[in-house]
Design a protein around this ligand. Structure first.
Ligand SMILES: *Cc1c(COP(=O)(O)O)cnc(C)c1O
Length: 394
């Protein structure tokens, strides 16, 4: 027996739920790529992607997922043999650095772990020790989707400046753009990247990169540049240059709709919605933790992200819980990845999410914990409800 008929709830950290409005915006005939509405569409999207990152810098839209956008950032500012510093706080900055290493870049990892945020003081100390300024760039994820951590990018930017170091600050905002503030210029970020399929509520397939003037200056001497990713080519006057070929028209129409929805709600309110829903998830996990089996992966409460929560199951099988939630109740949870494979599940609360989706997901997890006999404090969903009742005023 199951109770899963009806709409499936996707609570994985990407791809996320695509709004019906975005799906409808994509459902249209193809249009000319040399004239007409597509040209103005591109101009508006490049402007608005930069706006979401809060930068006066340049935006580039690639036909790519996050991994492609990673490669775009690396090829445009680095040369073979350059050294970079990767700040560990989960899996994703490490993965980005791994790609750099395979492209011939020397990679040093500033040791962190799966359970905490990057410590800006350690970044400052490492950069101060780099007397002959060999480190060309510092790579970090704002939210690491594997660990569920949020890093303080502003503080890391300050640490780099306090060390009087020239390294570019490069930030992965795949799991955070559209979910929490990103102040590229104010925080001193030189290059940032993201993708369409998480907080940006658009199907997978678009990669976003933004670069400031400092990065575009470094770009001029970068030797890893390749034709497809190259910023200079993409800044050319012809519309087709902006995509290095046929534009991903339908995804662009979808993205336009998604951006319109974000701006209509208001980015501040979008971020506040994420913070409220994320805290409701944390309230529930906090109560479940009283049973001694369930626990937060991220140890410090203020380092837990507003887009994804990683939950440890301490000796109980998270895959059994995921299977139950999916097969019996129609909720798809994220699995643990990297070192947390088989040890954790993840609840995504990013993008097109609202209270019923999050409360429904939490309730289903609690149903599953009960059905599988996984020890947990009772009333987690109620704690989430109480939090929203108190915070979302009548
Ligand atoms: C999802 C994600 C990526 C990878 O994006 P893909 O589109 O799957 O290539 C990179 N970084 C972070 C932080 C992510 O959450």
């Amino acid at each position: 027996m199951s109770v899963r008929a009806g709409r499936e709830f996707l609570a994985i950290p990407g791809p996320t739920t695509v709004p019906d409005e975005v799906l409808r915006a994509m459902h249209r005939p193809a249009v000319d790529i040399y004239s007409g509405p597509l040209l103005a569409l591109t101009d508006g999207l490049l402007r608005d992607v930069a706006r979401v990152f809060n930068t006066k810098g340049h935006a580039y839209i690639y036909i790519a997922n996050g991994h492609g956008a990673w490669e775009a950032t690396l090829t445009n500012v680095l040369s073979k043999g350059d050294k970079i510093l990767v700040l560990e706080s989960g899996r994703f900055a490490i993965g980005w650095g791994e790609n750099a290493r395979r492209m011939g870049v020397e990679v040093e990892i500033l040791k962190g772990d799966m359970r905490r945020a990057v410590r800006p003081a350690e970044v400052e100390a490492r950069l101060k020790a780099d007397k002959d300024k060999k480190i060309k760039a510092v790579l970090v994820a704002q939210i690491d989707t594997a660990s569920g951590v949020v890093n303080d990018i502003e503080a890391i930017g300050k640490a780099i400046r306090a060390a009087k170091h020239e390294a570019l600050l490069m930030v992965d905002a795949v799991a955070s753009l559209g979910c929490m503030p990103f102040e590229m210029d104010a925080w001193g970020v030189d290059v940032a990247m993201s993708g369409s399929q998480k907080g940006m509520m658009t199907p997978p397939g678009l990669g976003f990169v933004v670069a400031n003037d400092r990065a575009r200056e470094v770009h001029k001497k970068a030797e890893l540049r390749t034709p497809y990713w190259d910023w200079t080519d993409r800044e050319g006057p012809q519309h087709y240059q902006k995509y290095a070929g046929t534009p991903p028209e339908h995804l662009l129409f979808g993205l336009r709709q998604a951006l319109d929805m974000l701006f209509e709600e208001g980015l501040d309110k979008v971020h506040r919605r994420h913070a409220l829903l994320a805290e409701s998830v944390r309230r529930a996990v906090g109560v479940w933790s009283e049973g001694q089996a369930i626990g937060f992966n991220i140890i410090e409460a203020e380092e837990r992200s507003d887009s994804v929560t990683c939950v440890l199951t301490n000796g109980h099988d998270p895959e059994a819980l995921r299977a139950y939630c999916n097969q019996k109740c129609g909720v798809v949870l994220g699995h643990g990845i990297g070192d947390l494979s088989g040890k954790a599940f993840r609840i995504a609360h990013m993008g097109h999410v609202n209270a019923p989706m999050v409360l429904g997901t939490l309730s289903v997890i609690e149903v599953g914990l009960g059905a599988l006999g996984i020890p947990h404090g009772k009333g987690g969903a109620q704690a989430a409800i109480d939090w929203l009742s108190a915070e979302v005023k009548a």
